[in-house]
Design a protein around this ligand. Structure first.
Ligand code: M6R
Length: 349
């Protein structure tokens, strides 16, 4: 059932090229096959509500929405009810949830509906609670995900949200559709060539693992750290790179490893943050396509991704970070598919 893999997590990491092809085949032609045409009528603004990995996918999505000129904000579902948010006519509240059963997310949907908002579920599970409670549902079609650590569904959620942004943005909107056609190939290339196991081995036993990025590299940094702590039980934190100097830098020592997510946007600023960490003795592993020589010169170690536009580069970097987490946890003999204290769907608030 694990198809020859040791764990569901690594199987599901390897299923990403197929999962992406599935969603592109289904929704990639500019139409979103699941949605009633009326669902999107008059939508001018979007609020995402989500938890954990789905929150990171939503945050990533909100950058893509902003580039297409659609105001979007992302909210932790568990915090959504704690202060009233204005919900005008043109507002759509989008619940991003793999399982469609997360209690915090369902509670946020209820709050939004009480305030009069229209709601949409972006989910992997047909017939799930979120898909039934929301006015409409968009399915990410990633196939079943068994490992507690969400992997392929993150990638599929980001693609789904980007296609949704394309559909909402008019013809004359700023930016253009993200070109995902080469994404399955790019992910496959990483799966075939990644040096992540060696890198995980080299830095095994370090005190702390930090993940930094800018733009879409920021949600990827958050996601990289969540995955790392979730399955390896090592101390891992993700930060917006610019925030390092506002506090977290105090944690950085020669025993720290910093993973820096380069996407081709704001690379010079991120290099500045890399130097800040190196000055405190940290080892920096750059995730990069290798086209910026300064990044290659400055980094202590490198994990390569194929060259692509920033909105795709973040997804590719995320695959390298999934692999790093997997190998770090495997080297420590952790129960990767069922980490302690965690459940696949969290049905309590
Ligand atoms: O099913 P959901 O997407 O609503 O789940 C949300 C989180 O519980 C989930 O993403 C969690 O953070 C993952 N285990 C992380 O790998």
């Amino acid at each position: 059932e694990k198809g020859g893999y040791d764990h569901y997590m690594i199987k599901e990491i390897h299923e990403q090229p197929t999962a992406i092809r599935q969603i592109l085949e289904c929704h990639g032609s500019g139409e979103l096959t699941d949605l009633d045409p009326g669902t999107l009528e008059g939508v001018e603004e979007v609020q995402f509500v989500a938890c954990g990995t789905s929150y990171h996918a939503a945050l990533y999505g909100s950058y893509v929405f902003a580039e297409r000129g659609i105001p979007a904000s992302t909210h932790l579902a568990s915090e959504y009810a704690t202060h009233e948010r204005p919900v005008g006519e043109g507002m759509l509240v989008v619940a991003v949830t793999q399982s469609g059963e997360t209690a915090d997310t369902l509670a946020a949907i209820e709050t939004a509906q009480r305030a009069g908002a229209r709601t949409l579920a972006v989910t992997n599970v047909v017939g799930s609670s979120a898909s039934r409670v929301c006015d409409d549902a968009l399915y990410i079609r990633a196939g079943p995900e068994i490992g507690v650590a969400a992997t392929k569904t993150f990638s599929s959620q980001v693609v789904a949200l980007s296609l949704f942004a394309d559909r909402l943005a008019g013809e004359d909107s700023p930016g253009g559709p993200v070109a995902f056609d080469s994404l399955p190939w790019g992910i496959q290339r990483i799966l075939d060539t990644s040096r992540s196991r060696d890198v995980a081995e080299r830095y095994r036993g370090r005190d702390a693992f930090f993940f930094i990025g800018r733009g879409v590299g920021y949600p990827v940094a958050l996601e990289g750290a969540l995955k790392f702590k979730e399955i390896s039980y090592e101390h891992a934190e993700g930060f917006a790179a610019g925030e390092l100097k506002h506090g977290p830098l105090a944690l950085v020592t020669p025993a720290s490893v910093v993973f820096a997510v380069f996407t081709g946007r704001d690379d010079e600023k991120l290099l500045g943050n890399v130097r800040e960490a190196q000055t405190r003795g940290a080892t920096v592993v750059a995730i990069t396509d290798g086209t910026n020589e300064e990044v290659l010169r400055q980094a202590d170690d490198v994990l390569f991704v194929p060259e692509s536009e920033p909105a795709v580069a973040g997804l590719l970097a995320n695959v390298q970070l999934q692999l790093i987490s997997y190998h770090a946890a495997a080297l420590l003999g952790r129960p990767i598919d069922k980490p302690r204290n965690l459940a696949k769907s969290v049905t309590v608030e």
